[in-house]
Every structure is written in structure tokens, then in C-alpha cells.
Write a protein that binds this ligand. Structure first.
Ligand SMILES: [Zn+2]
Ligand SMILES: [Zn+2]
Length: 204
């Protein structure tokens, strides 16, 4: 099959990549669309020197085969980290710290820049009907943004600063904006939960 393969030195376009074979618990996915993440550029520069294989982790695909029959023919996106389920971190509810985690297109697992890919079925998420591929493709960066909500500090910035931040660190800036938005929504929600005294309520 066709795909983009990292050989330890560069990203190569190949047409002789073997068709992936499903392992127990994996689904076979036909790739419909991919996005290039900054991490892919870093892999190309040697960020994961031991990795050899198909690159890419941001994708929209269609499930061709799966142990979960309801998933077949569904459009899906997927998480990139596959935890082992056996180490101390996995057993204590911290799979993102897993000792031997495989990472799609980066570590011990072929990624999505190819015609077909296999992936742990647990990592798949069905895309709702009506959500186009072009929007669904941003699921993974959005998830990454949500993951660090508690680790950043938001401060007021000007339009000029906004442009500079967007050029320098677009993902970090997206995270910051999202955090700011969610903070506003959260405080709005908690305000609306406050009981309105009956005298005020009568005038609303
Ligand atoms: Zn990414
Ligand atoms: Zn583990």
C-alpha cells in the first residue's frame, strides 16, 4: 500500500508498505483523511530516533473490520496512546504514564499516513453523522488542548500579541483560548445554578 514511512533519517513516500495485519483487539481502518501535526515534523527531525514505520496520528477513517461489529463501516477518529494495561501506572489508573506505551506513528506502532491502519479498538471514537471529515480531523489536537487545562495561566493580551502567539505556538495558543472560554462557561454555569431570591426572580 501507499504511505509515508520514517526510515530513521527522513519521511519517505513508498508504495510497497505491507498491508497491516490486525492483532487481537485491533480494528482495521481505511484512512479517509490525515493532518500533519507539528510532532510529525519533529519525528522527521529525529525526535523519536528509534522509530521506524508509518508516520502520522491525526486521521479520519472508516472501520473495515473490528472485533466490535457495530463499529464496522463507521467513520472514526482515534487516540494515539496505547497503554499496556499491565504495568503499575496502568493498574493504578494512570495509563498516560504507562512504561511501555505505544504511540501511533511515533513509537512501536505504525501510524495513519497510509491507505490502511490497525489500531486498538478501545482507542476509536465514532464521528457523529453530520460532522464533516474536515472538522473531525481536529479531534486529537482539541483533546490535547483539553488535557492540560489545569497547567496554564491565562492573561489579557492585545490583538498584536495574539498574532505573534498564533505564529509562534499555534497549538499552545489554541489551548489557552479554549481554557479561557471554558473558564467563562464554567463560571456562567455556576452562576446560573445559584438560587435567585424569590423577590428578584419575580422581576426577571
Ligand atoms: Zn497531533
Ligand atoms: Zn502500562
Amino acid at each position: 500500500m501507499k504511505g509515508i514511512y520514517y526510515d530513521g533519517k527522513d519521511a519517505l513516500y513508498r508504495e510497497d508498505i505491507p498491508m497491516p495485519v490486525q492483532k487481537a483487539g485491533e480494528s482495521l481502518v481505511k484512512i479517509r483523511m490525515c493532518a500533519v501535526c507539528n510532532t510529525d515534523k519533529e519525528v522527521r527531525k529525529g525526535y523519536r530516533p528509534d522509530f521506524r514505520g508509518v508516520m502520522g496520528h491525526e486521521f479520519v477513517g472508516e472501520v473495515l473490520d473490528s472485533p466490535v461489529k457495530d463499529l464496522i463501516k463507521k467513520r472514526v477518529v482515534g487516540e494515539l496512546n496505547a497503554a499496556c494495561g499491565k504495568c503499575i501506572y496502568c493498574k493504578t489508573g494512570r495509563p498516560t504514564h504507562c512504561d511501555s506505551r505505544r504511540v501511533l506513528g511515533m513509537s512501536d506502532k505504525d501510524g495513519a499516513f497510509a491507505e490502511y491502519m490497525t489500531i486498538d479498538t478501545d482507542l476509536l471514537h465514532v464521528i457523529p453523522d453530520g460532522l464533516p471529515d474536515e472538522i473531525a480531523i481536529f479531534t486529537e489536537p482539541l483533546a490535547a488542548a483539553l488535557e492540560i487545562l489545569t497547567q496554564i495561566h491565562i492573561f489579557p493580551i492585545s490583538a498584536l500579541q495574539t498574532t505573534r502567539y498564533m505564529q509562534k505556538a499555534p497549538l499552545m495558543f489554541a489551548r489557552a483560548l479554549l481554557y479561557s472560554f471554558l473558564q467563562r462557561e464554567t463560571s456562567r454555569a455556576s452562576l446560573s445554578k445559584k438560587k435567585i431570591p424569590s423577590s428578584e426572580a419575580a422581576t426577571v
